[in-house]
Ligand binder design. Structure first.
Ligand code: DAK
Length: 257
């Protein structure tokens, strides 16, 4: 049996590739456990400063595996903590995660992309929450993260009509950070990821934590959180190095401390 999740390390970037091409990368427990294990390994590796998750040129992931869950009943979903148990590992890592999306990101695939810190989309990308067509609804953040990303009107439109959004509309609406020609998606994404990973790891984590705070708090609380974290950055050797390097007109050598 081929491995449904592949991992590679490129310099300071950990790459996770969903590998079920015969099923449009539909997400089942093996895939999601594999992703969680890969995130665990990259989180523990001090050399890794950024994680990229991707699929193939046809699909990031066309959703949860419909065959896998079609006979679930309420008690099974509740007792096994379906989704929550392992799907949200991407959300809890302290290192930045970029979703590189080509082709379909539907249902749980769109939700998984939205759990990442940002989405880079190929010009072939198509996003959607088509669960309503299956007689169910989004269950891994589609009704919550989508309105925060693109606003209520478009989120309602996508979740209630099941229409897909192309890459251009997704960028205009704020769902994706960049749209990139499909042939260059991985090169551009990896370049951005290496740029991030080249900075000081504790600062990378502080920035991620602070931006995410904007979603969990009032503006004043968020600003206070940011100010305190900013103050604490003066305790870093990397802050001394970064500012000294600027003044001395040389490249900084960060030590992740
Ligand atoms: N699951 C399983 N297999 C899938 C799949 C999926 N989501 N999507 C595609 N496949 C399989 C197809 O069955 C087909 O397999 P074979 O027939 O070749 O064996 C193969 O991938 C190629 O697909 P197509 O032949 O359909 O390819 P097309 O290019 O014609 O169409 C498509 C591509 C992506 C538009 C189409 O396959 C499609 O509409 N797929 C389903 C998309 C979808 O409905 N996604 C949402 C799934 S529901 C929950 C929380 C969350 C969720 C559920 C519960 N709880 C808290 C309880 C999440 C739910 C979802 O994500």
């Amino acid at each position: 049996m081929s491995q449904v999740v592949l991992t590679e390390i490129h310099g300071k970037v950990g790459l996770i590739r969903i590998n079920r091409p015969e099923a449009m990368n539909a997400l089942n427990n093996d895939v999601v456990d594999g992703i969680a294990a890969a995130v665990d390994a990259f989180e523990a590796d001090e050399n890794i400063g950024c994680i990229v998750i991707t699929g193939n040129e046809k699909a990031f992931a066309a959703g949860a595996d419909i065959g896998f869950m079609k006979d679930f009943d309420y008690m099974h979903a509740y007792k096994t903590d379906f989704i929550t148990r392992n799907w949200e590992r991407i959300k809890t890592t302290r290192k930045p995660v970029i979703a590189a999306v080509a082709g379909f990101a539907l249902g749980g695939g769109c939700e998984m992309a939205m759990m990442c810190d940002m989405i880079f989309a190929a010009d072939t990308a198509k996003f959607g929450q088509p669960e309503i067509r299956l007689g169910t609804m989004p269950g891994a953040g589609g009704t919550q993260r989508l309105p925060r990303a693109i606003g209520k009107a478009k989120a309602m439109d996508m979740c209630l009509t099941a229409r897909m959004m192309d890459a251009a509309e997704a960028e205009k609406s704020g769902l994706v950070a960049r749209v990139i020609a499909a042939e260059q998606l991985m090169e551009e994404t990896m370049k951005a990821a290496q740029t991030i990973a080249g900075y000081s790891l504790p600062v990378i984590m502080m920035i991620k934590e602070s931006v995410n705070r904007a979603y969990e708090s009032s503006l004043n609380e968020g600003l206070l959180f940011e100010r305190r974290v900013f103050h604490s950055a003066f305790a870093l050797e990397d802050q001394k190095e970064g500012m000294a390097a600027f003044v001395e007109k040389r490249k900084p050598a960060f030590k992740n401390r």
